[in-house]
Design a protein. Structure first.
Length: 396
């Protein structure tokens, strides 16, 4: 048995994802476990389809086991997103490799880049360059280039390579025995609106689905497309975040500067800038435009605002996942779980009743449930509360 893990959002699952899973099979993976974001994603957005629908699509497209990445890691920066996913993969205790899409497709170079970032010389130089007012990403890339050369620093310019480097760093931090495996991306690039061989970016597919463009389904495997077409809660026109906008603005307008300062990933007085933007803007996009700067990207501002809506605070960053939540599996997924019974470092749960009230694990699950109840407000027809408590694991 060779178990390969993938950390993902599948927002939504598309042809490029199916291609990657096939590459893992060709590389010898007999079993594939995916660690997938729940109903909110790293961009600070509500997922286009709910987590149970996306779980079913993933299983139809080649995954064997789907594990939920808790929201405090899913709606976070690349470093925390990667660390949470790696922590769960390692906690299975039986995973052999961690696979990820990569522009370079070169695991060796990415391992070297991960070491470069953590080099004390690079860290000192990074601090100096940040003082010049450039963004963190630019400062880090320049610092790595000065010491390690352009062939390494250029990897920090590609979004999937950047995430791959964070996975490798997280594997090192957790002292994991899991090996990294970079799969070279094919087709259109990250966030591209181009389509090549029926492969395009998830962002482009979301845009098409939200506007009702049926061409999106050409870029989605047939089985997954059927699942999405028949989903009970289809993507609302204009996007889910538009339906959550009034709730988000209400939440932001009622927050004090101290409450804003308690949000995850806020620093250097950003709460003052965000507070002023909230009070001088009529909509979400205006707030983002007013608060962003060279140092504070739009993605970071959007995540902060979504964290505010979901009630997530910096103290949530102190808690690591206390359980392995299974969203779905097939027969091979059951084999992974049988292996994990002997090796897992965390309890494996499939339903709410598996948790003991009053424990940290129970609190994290209830936090997830609250976020899912907020997600329900984004449906065309608002759903009731409690889906996370009553939703059944998908078995294919």
């Amino acid at each position: 048995m060779k178990i390969s893990c993938v950390i993902c959002e599948y927002n939504p699952f598309h042809n490029g994802h199916e291609y990657m899973l096939k590459q893992l099979r060709e590389n010898g993976a007999t079993h594939i476990a995916v660690i997938m974001s729940g109903n909110f994603t790293q961009r600070g957005e509500a997922a286009i389809f709910d987590k149970f629908t996306r779980t079913r699509a993933a299983l139809s497209g080649g995954a064997d086991l789907v594990i939920e990445l808790p929201v405090s890691f899913a709606c976070a920066n690349a470093q925390r997103f990667a660390y949470g996913g790696v922590f769960l993969a390692d906690s299975l205790g039986c995973a052999d490799e961690l696979a990820f899409g990569s522009e370079s497709g070169d695991s060796r170079l990415l391992i070297e880049a991960a070491s470069a970032i953590d080099d004390e010389r690079v860290q000192r130089l990074l601090g100096e360059k940040l003082g010049s007012g450039i963004t963190f990403a630019e400062a880090r890339e320049k610092a790595v280039e000065e010491i390690y050369g352009a062939h390494i620093s250029q990897l920090l310019h590609s979004p999937n390579d950047i995430l791959g480097i964070e996975y490798i760093r997280a594997l090192k931090i957790t002292d994991s025995r899991i090996r990294p495996f970079a799969v070279k991306r094919t087709g259109a690039g990250h966030d591209s609106v181009e389509t090549e061989n029926n492969i395009t970016s998830a962002a482009n597919i979301r845009e098409m689905l939200y506007s009702g463009n049926e061409d999106a389904y050409r870029c989605i495997p047939e089985a997954a497309a059927g699942i999405f077409r028949s989903a009970e809660n289809k993507p609302p026109e204009g996007g889910r975040m538009r339906r959550l906008e009034a709730a988000m603005i209400y939440r932001l307008r009622t927050m004090t500067k101290d409450q804003l300062a308690a949000l995850p990933d806020i620093s250097e007085g950003l709460e003052n800038r965000l507070y002023a933007a909230i009070r001088n803007s009529k909509c979400i996009e205006e707030i983002i435009e007013a608060a962003k700067s060279k140092r504070y990207t739009m993605a970071r501002i959007r995540r902060l605002m979504t964290n505010a809506l979901l009630g997530l605070e910096r103290k949530s960053l102190e808690e690591m996942p206390g359980y392995i939540r299974i969203l779905g599996m097939n027969s091979r997924g059951m084999e992974i779980l049988r292996a994990a019974k002997q090796t897992a470092k965390l309890p494996v749960i499939t339903k709410y009743s598996d948790l003991k009230p009053g424990t940290p694990e129970h609190r994290m699950f209830m936090q997830e449930s609250l976020c899912d109840d907020i997600y329900a407000l984004s449906e065309k027809s608002t759903d009731i509360c409690g889906r996370n408590l009553t939703g059944k694991m998908i078995i294919l």
